[in-house]
Design a binder for this molecule. Structure first.
Ligand code: FE2
Ligand code: FE2
Length: 188
């Protein structure tokens, strides 16, 4: 569905250098994912089924936020302040309408899915953190579902062929945006 450029294999070990920063960033990502789903509701208010799907998605992201914060606390760590996410900011800056915003949301979900898989592999090699793998696996499965949901919603709002025509250019923008971000203890 979404053919993203692969993340370099060394990324996960960089990301795990500061677990408090990584989990804090991810908690804020989940918070912003919930906010994003809710902010899109006004654009789809005429589509009853879509409203429910986005409301459910927002609920899942809010639950992810809670669970990531609980995982932080279980490690004796604390939620740090949110930081600027240059990757999502670069993509959001280029979104011109609701269809663009839905495609951007799908791409961010798909990238999160790809990177959570890399983190799970790296966590398996770290016994002190391996207990995080089931949580990250669960989040990962949800995020790929969310990517599908956003693209399905876009196809309900406008013709699927028009969505697919835009998608190619957005994948190129995503490739540039993810490459421009230095490796750090964050999902992106
Ligand atoms: Fe999530
Ligand atoms: Fe998500």
């Amino acid at each position: 569905m979404l053919d993203l450029v692969p993340t370099p294999p060394e990324w996960a070990d960089h990301a795990l250098e500061d677990v408090e920063a990584l989990l804090s960033d991810h908690a804020h990502c989940e918070k912003k994912a919930a906010q994003q789903a809710m902010s899109l509701l006004h654009a789809v208010a005429d589509h009853d089924e879509v409203v429910v799907r986005l409301a459910r998605l927002a609920e899942q992201e809010a639950e992810h936020l809670r669970r990531v914060v609980e995982a932080l606390h279980a490690l004796g760590l604390h939620l740090r302040p949110d930081t600027t996410n240059r990757y999502t900011a670069a993509l959001a800056a280029d979104a011109r309408d609701t269809i663009d915003r839905l495609i951007v949301a799908a791409l961010i979900e798909a990238r999160s899915h790809e990177r959570l898989a890399l983190l799970c592999e790296a966590l398996d090699r770290r016994p002190a953190l391996a207990h995080l793998v089931p949580l990250f696996e669960e989040l990962r499965a949800c995020e790929v579902g969310h990517a599908h949901t956003y693209l399905q919603v876009a196809s309900l709002l406008c013709d699927r062929s028009r969505v697919e025509a835009r998608l190619g250019r957005w994948v190129e923008r995503e490739t540039a945006a993810i490459a421009a971000v230095a490796m750090r203890s964050a999902i992106h």
